[in-house]
Write a protein that binds this ligand. Structure first.
Ligand SMILES: Cc1cc2nc3c(=O)[nH]c(=O)nc-3n(C[C@H](O)[C@H](O)[C@H](O)COP(=O)(O)O)c2cc1C
Length: 246
């Protein structure tokens, strides 16, 4: 039970890398990671996702700016948009002359499939020694991203992924203890949750202090993050790409 397990070791060693050496990620390394990642479970075997690698230098620079001046988007060895995808499903339906009933469940289904695939992909790269950084900032100016990359109907970019040779070696960021994530039979009470948050805040505060950012903790950052509605254009943006949230 407690024997060393290389998969668990790779998972536990994860930390986001934001500084990369200018090493190209060879196609063979990408294919190897995709080959493994595509074996993630997928709702009813529908495989509703795709990966678009952006290779053109000028487009990488433009995306770095659009994602909020995230220089790693331009500098990483490889950059991808990670896309939920109903286009393939729609094309086979059209070919068969069948309807394709598109609603919120369909969007959720492909978004969930995409997230599972993406996490498998990041883990595969990391297990091979590459560093990764997801880029949710891709959604900030998503209409411009879609125009730049000529994203077709039925393809929904959810986030980006930088991959490359790490030029930094950050410590892992602490997470909630397992008992704050895992409960039995019923969800925990509000009091229990807030006690667990206090415990995590103490760990997070120590993590920040060690990095010269005194006075910060997890709950402060989380409250700030959700104080205002986020990226309010997204419903319209995804609808314009063919999503239906009914
Ligand atoms: C969907 C998603 C989007 C993210 N977007 C960004 C991003 O735009 N820029 C960035 O620097 N990190 C981004 N991250 C990385 C998180 O900030 C990071 O995972 C978190 O702070 C925990 O740190 P760790 O991954 O080093 O453990 C994203 C992570 C996820 C899962």
């Amino acid at each position: 039970m407690s024997a060393p397990n290389p998969v668990l070791a790779a998972m536990t060693a994860h930390r986001t890398i934001r500084s990369f050496r200018p090493t190209t990620v060879p196609d063979a390394a990408i294919e190897r990671a995709v080959r493994a990642a595509r074996m993630a479970a997928t709702s009813s075997w529908t495989q509703g996702y795709g990966l678009l690698q952006v290779t053109r230098r000028n487009e990488r620079e433009a995306l770095a700016e659009m994602t909020g001046d995230q220089t790693q988007v331009a500098k990483a060895g490889a950059f991808f948009t990670v896309n939920a995808d109903i286009r393939r499903h729609q094309l086979v339906a059209i070919r068969e002359g069948a309807p394709h009933a598109n609603n919120l469940e369909v969007f959720l289904l492909v978004a969930l499939d995409t997230a599972l695939f993406a996490q498998n992909l990041a883990l595969a790269f990391e297990a091979d020694g590459w560093g990764t950084c997801f880029i949710g900032g891709l959604r900030t100016r998503l209409p411009e991203v879609c125009e730049l990359l000529e994203i077709p109907q039925g393809v929904f970019p959810l986030f980006g992924l930088c991959v490359g040779e790490p030029a930094e070696d950050p410590d892992p960021r602490p997470r909630f203890e397992p008992d704050a994530i895992w409960s039995k039979d019923r969800c925990p009470t509000d009091d229990t949750i807030l006690r667990q948050v206090d415990a995590h805040d103490a760990v997070a505060a120590a993590y920040y202090t060690q990095r010269g950012a005194d006075g910060r903790n997890w709950s402060g950052g989380t409250v700030r993050k959700f104080a205002k509605p986020l990226r309010e254009h997204l419903r319209a943006t995804y609808e314009a790409l063919g999503a239906d949230f009914s």
